[in-house]
Design a protein around this ligand. Structure first.
Ligand code: ATP
Ligand code: MN
Length: 466
């Protein structure tokens, strides 16, 4: 058995009468007049292979084990299929059972299983239509992202997962320690060692990163255009359908680039990545469009084709104030926009993706470049129909004196940022970048309604199973 064997997706391209083998898991089996029809999937494409087993071809013992969930190799001949929706099928001449699956116990055969139930069997759900499609699209999207940056000369950077700096001055970080109170666990990481951070593993408090941006900036001011694509962690104790405790983030950072260039990059990025997925995952997206989100293909094509509208935060607030809508959260200059406001702007008012810029400095991070008005910063959020904010970014503050003042205004200590400030001390440059939550993008391109269903194993409050 070699890994270079034929995938199911390649079998569909074979000429009739070719002898071949098909490896996979049985989705369903239907018997009719002495013939068995088996739907076989190996996850290589959306479509299952139909295998036809005529009476007497397989021993009774082998045939008995061909049930939903079983892993089987069928040997046989490619034949033209009389059935609709498929050009060819496999006429079996033999089969080997690799692993049977007791039909009384196999958890994935329940018809109409809910997303919640499937989440409890996350280790098996990938064998079904929906999650096979989700994880093929996830892999395709990751490739499209790397390709977008590779084609433009960006360098892929790995920033630390364990960090002693808190990127935004916000809380909600996971501590990393070998000096915790004993909780009666055998695991040495849980044994009580010390309560003094100086005696802890890193000699100071350490955390799982919430963003690779600050380290990304240091790399951009040397390599010019870089991006990170890795896991980030937030200990937000909120169980929403849009938040994970562990999620993947894409963060490009560009030297010699201002907010204008940043907007151009973000717009091109979304168009190209979504365009790549539309082109290369067509069968999977067709399924999502039919079964998960009826507006899916329409809105994705729309994002690829239409120029994004660009507005300032102040203009957007005026539009919202004049909208005549009653929102749950009040709108006023200085307010943080909620997803209801973002969706109204992009879906109702503009009808296209919108990039909002120049937010009040109080509601954005300290590192965003201050405008001449002293009130707003060079921030940008990309809002998309159906989801609201999908990308957040900014031109960074490159002036040492302003940055030092901003860190203090935000009540943060200067000392831990010595290396970040060094960038402004030695060879500072205008630079900009943005962050995209990878699972938010996947929710957008698949139409899946819960972020827990676009990552293989979700980490959320109360859950770290698998
Ligand atoms: P939100 O308001 O939705 O919590 P945020 O303002 O905290 O987002 P940023 O700090 O700007 O988000 O993070 C950059 C991107 O990371 C966001 O645009 C979003 O796509 C994604 N993101 C943020 N928090 C989470 C999370 N808990 N789970 C998954 N993705 C997230
Ligand atoms: Mn948040």
């Amino acid at each position: 058995m070699d890994y270079r064997r034929t995938y199911v997706r390649d079998l569909f391209k074979l000429a009739p009468r070719t002898q071949t083998s098909a490896y996979g898991w049985v989705k369903t089996r239907r018997d009719s007049k002495g013939i068995s029809f088996v739907q076989l999937s190996d996850g290589s494409c959306f479509k299952d292979l139909q295998v036809v087993v005529n009476e007497g071809v397989l021993s009774a013992d082998v045939l008995r084990q061909i049930t939903t969930g079983a892993c089987v190799r069928f040997d046989g001949e490619i034949v033209e299929s009389p059935a609709a929706g498929q050009a060819v099928e496999l006429l079996a001449t033999g089969a080997e059972i690799y692993g049977a699956a007791d039909p009384e116990k196999y958890p994935l055969q329940k018809k109409g299983a809910t997303m919640e139930f499937l989440r409890e069997i996350s280790h098996l759900r990938v064998r079904g239509n929906t999650f096979g499609a989700v994880f093929r699209v996830r892999a395709q999207a990751a490739f499209a992202i790397h390709k977008f940056f590779y084609d433009r000369g960006f360098h892929y950077i790995h920033t630390p997962i364990i960090t002693a700096s808190d990127c935004e001055g916000a809380g909600a970080m996971f501590a990393v320690s070998t000096a915790l109170e004993s909780a009666g666990h055998e695991n040495p990481a849980y044994q009580l060692k010390t309560k003094d951070p100086a005696e802890d593993f890193f000699g100071k408090p350490a955390f799982l990163t919430v963003s690779g941006q600050l380290e990304g900036e240091t790399m951009a001011l040397g390599l010019t255009n870089i991006y990170t694509f890795g896991p980030t962690f937030r200990a937000e104790n909120s169980s929403t359908s849009r938040h994970l405790a562990e999620f993947w983030m894409v963060e490009p950072e560009m030297a010699f680039c201002d907010l204008e260039g940043n907007m151009n990059c973000a717009e091109e990025f979304l168009k190209e990545v979504i365009g790549h997925i539309l082109e290369n995952s067509a069968a999977d997206l067709e399924f999502f469009n039919q079964r998960i989100e009826p507006e899916l293909l329409k809105t994705l094509n729309h994002v690829v084709e239409s120029p994004f509208e660009r507005l300032t935060y102040t203009e957007a607030i005026k539009m919202l104030e004049g909208s005549g809508e009653t929102f749950e959260y009040p709108v006023f200059w200085g307010a943080d926009l909620q997803s209801e406001h973002e969706r109204w702007l992009t879906e109702v008012k503009v009808g296209r993706p919108v990039i909002l810029t120049d937010y009040p400095k109080e509601i954005k991070a300290f590192y965003m470049r201050e405008n001449e008005d002293g009130k707003t910063v060079r921030a940008m959020d990309v809002l998309a129909p159906r989801i609201g904010e999908i990308i957040g970014g900014s031109q960074r503050e490159e002036r040492l004196d302003v940055l030092e003042r901003k860190i203090q205004e935000f009540g943060l200590p200067l000392e831990p940022y010595w290396w970040y400030l060094d960038l402004r001390r030695y060879g500072s440059a205008p630079h900009a970048g943005f962050g995209l939550g990878f699972e938010r993008l996947l929710m957008y391109v698949t139409g899946m309604k819960n972020i827990r269903d676009v990552i293989p194993y979700h980490r959320t409050p109360g859950n770290a199973e698998f």
